[in-house]
Design a protein around this ligand. Sequence first.
Ligand SMILES: Nc1ncnc2c1ncn2[C@@H]1O[C@H](COP(=O)(O)OP(=O)(O)O)[C@@H](O)[C@H]1O
Ligand SMILES: O=c1ccn([C@@H]2O[C@H](COP(=O)(O)O)[C@@H](O)[C@H]2O)c(=O)[nH]1
Length: 257
Amino acid sequence: MATGQTKSATTIRVNGFDHVPRPFLIGVGGGTASGKSSVCKKIMEQLGQNDIDDCKRQVIIVSQDCFYRELNKVEREKAFRGEFNFDHPDAFDDKLMYKTMQDIKDGKYVNIPAYDYKNHQRIQDKGQTVYPADVVLFEGILVFYYKELLEMFNMKLFVDTDSDTRLSRRVLRDMKERDRDLEVILHQYTTYVKPAFEDFCLPTKKFADVIIPRGADNTVAIDLIVQHIQELLRPRPESIPRRVRHQSDSIIQARPH
Ligand SMILES: Nc1ncnc2c1ncn2[C@@H]1O[C@H](COP(=O)(O)OP(=O)(O)O)[C@@H](O)[C@H]1O
Ligand SMILES: O=c1ccn([C@@H]2O[C@H](COP(=O)(O)O)[C@@H](O)[C@H]2O)c(=O)[nH]1
């Protein structure tokens, strides 16, 4: 399945009626390096979802970073110098993001682009197929900024971590995992990341249903969220076949609910 493509939703029969199961969408916002991914990973871990095949998972994570828009040559050159504003809402392909999230909400199979932070671009021909799930965690710095997206969420979490802690984590992470020099990281942070956090990310904290101070260290908050998600997971009776084969694709999952 190519990036941006969707496949129609799987219908199931409930009480004689066709029914498309729709996921419960949870937005996970917060500043850079606040611990959004770590919180999502902990939730998945506690729900026992990590050891399950992608196509059978009941809970999945989608990252907003996969929707960064393509840059032109001049913009990419700026990006390598830490002079492109990746923290501004215009840095995202908002149309693709809305459409993809709406398709996910509608229970469709979607393919989302993979993103390469080292080269500031999407990885061509490599995307993640998102299978219909019971719960979808959508994490990113600006997930609550766009009105169209905000309205799609059933639950909104904001990971609230002190700015100095975030900066120090970002420096270490970007040097180790994103191939960046200290000078470029600090230049980008002071010029774009910090001001954009104050202008666009922090004001969205008010939309959150749950604020998680200290991110993944906050085991009490994570336990409560996990308990809530457990109640949303649909039972999987063994008697119903779990998989069907689609004519034109590899194995896809039929959702027994
Ligand atoms: N509670 C924590 N204690 C120590 N390091 C952490 C903690 N939470 C996250 N990190 C580290 O900080 C960096 C950013 O965390 P991450 O979860 O990726 O944040 P985000 O998704 O908000 O950018 C990563 O290198 C991660 O390992
Ligand atoms: O090409 C890129 C794309 C993004 N960034 C920075 O990443 C963070 C968002 O990711 P987090 O995992 O939430 O930190 C954002 O602040 C961008 O500045 C980048 O530097 N280059």
